[in-house]
Design a protein around this ligand. Structure first.
Ligand SMILES: Nc1ncnc2c1ncn2[C@@H]1O[C@H](COP(=O)(O)OP(=O)(O)OP(=O)(O)O)[C@@H](O)[C@H]1O
Ligand SMILES: [Mg+2]
Length: 266
């Protein structure tokens, strides 16, 4: 009947050809009509939210790109116009180069973030020994950690801990978290990496995060006070959470009184 047809259209946008069949249906039609308008309202609301999220995202991206571009433009123009000369040229060129690396990193993050969101993106899950995987990650990162004088504490068992993971994406997870530890770890940075059967925990020194902020930090483009001067897209943890959830694992931040951060996932 007409009532069913309305429901079908409201839920699945499927059209039904109907013969009218009298006044008895009016009550049910009224009910279904209310349902339909409610659904349409919800859709419209979701659409509006999507639009404003997207606008916010674009504004945020342009803002992040603008600052390094301004620096690059300013210094390169000054070099071309010979306002900057001699030794200064080398110094400013290094700055230009650093800023361009930073831009590259930002663009990589944006690309990665939107790639993960795309329906066509497929993970390559394989049975992997997490203990060995984390050890390998640290081995590759070791030079960088050593050059920065990081006090590193590693607690990884010799036994195998097999989990189904996409190694490339999981590498990104570890790297984003460890890079945060390096960025927000304070002056004398210490990092502890612990692996056991049900979690990987990464602790770092530094100022404690307020508990009210924990879930906010996983949202795209959210940057805390600490990163105000550090730069960054605010996408690091959003990417981490997406990957972790797509694996069926969980992630949380714990920041306790002895001012160590723990980001653990199962
Ligand atoms: N280990 C940590 N210790 C203290 N604060 C942290 C830590 N990790 C993240 N945060 C806070 O969470 C915010 C969000 O982190 P996230 O990695 O998503 O973005 P970002 O580091 O600012 O930028 P990006 O990672 O894209 O370069 C940071 O700006 C910082 O304030
Ligand atoms: Mg980060």
């Amino acid at each position: 009947d007409l009532g069913k047809a309305i429901t079908k259209y409201t839920e699945k946008r499927e059209k039904t050809n109907l013969e009218p069949s009298g006044i008895l249906e009016l009550e049910s039609i009224n009910e279904k009509f209310q349902y339909m308008t409610q659904k349409l309202d919800e859709t419209e609301k979701a659409n509006k939210k999507f639009q404003s999220d997207r606008q916010l995202m674009l504004a945020s991206i342009s803002h992040d790109l603008k600052t390094p571009i301004t620096v690059i433009q300013g210094y390169s123009k000054a070099i071309v116009d010979k306002v900057i000369t001699g030794e200064e040229i080398i110094k400013k060129s290094q700055l230009i180069y650093d800023k361009s690396c930073y831009l590259n990193e930002l663009v990589d993050n944006f690309t990665e973030f939107s790639k993960l969101d795309h329906t066509n993106f497929k993970y390559d899950f394989k049975d992997i020994d997490i203990a060995e995987f984390v050890r390998n990650y640290i081995a590759i990162k070791y030079d960088e950690l050593e050059s920065k004088n990081i006090d590193l504490n590693i607690d990884i068992p010799e036994t195998k801990i097999i989990k189904k993971i996409d190694t490339q994406q999981f590498n990104r997870v570890l790297n984003n978290i460890v890079n945060n530890a390096l960025k927000y770890g304070g002056n004398n940075i210490s990092i502890k990496i612990q692996v056991d059967n049900d979690k990987i925990a990464i602790f770092n020194s530094g100022k404690a995060i307020e508990e009210t902020n924990y879930s906010q930090l996983f949202k795209p483009f959210v940057k805390g006070d600490l990163s105000r001067n550090e730069g960054g897209s605010g996408l690091g943890l959003a990417i981490v959470r997406k990957i972790i959830q797509d694996h069926g694992f969980t992630i949380n931040i714990v920041s306790n009184k002895d001012s160590y951060y723990k980001t653990g996932f199962i």
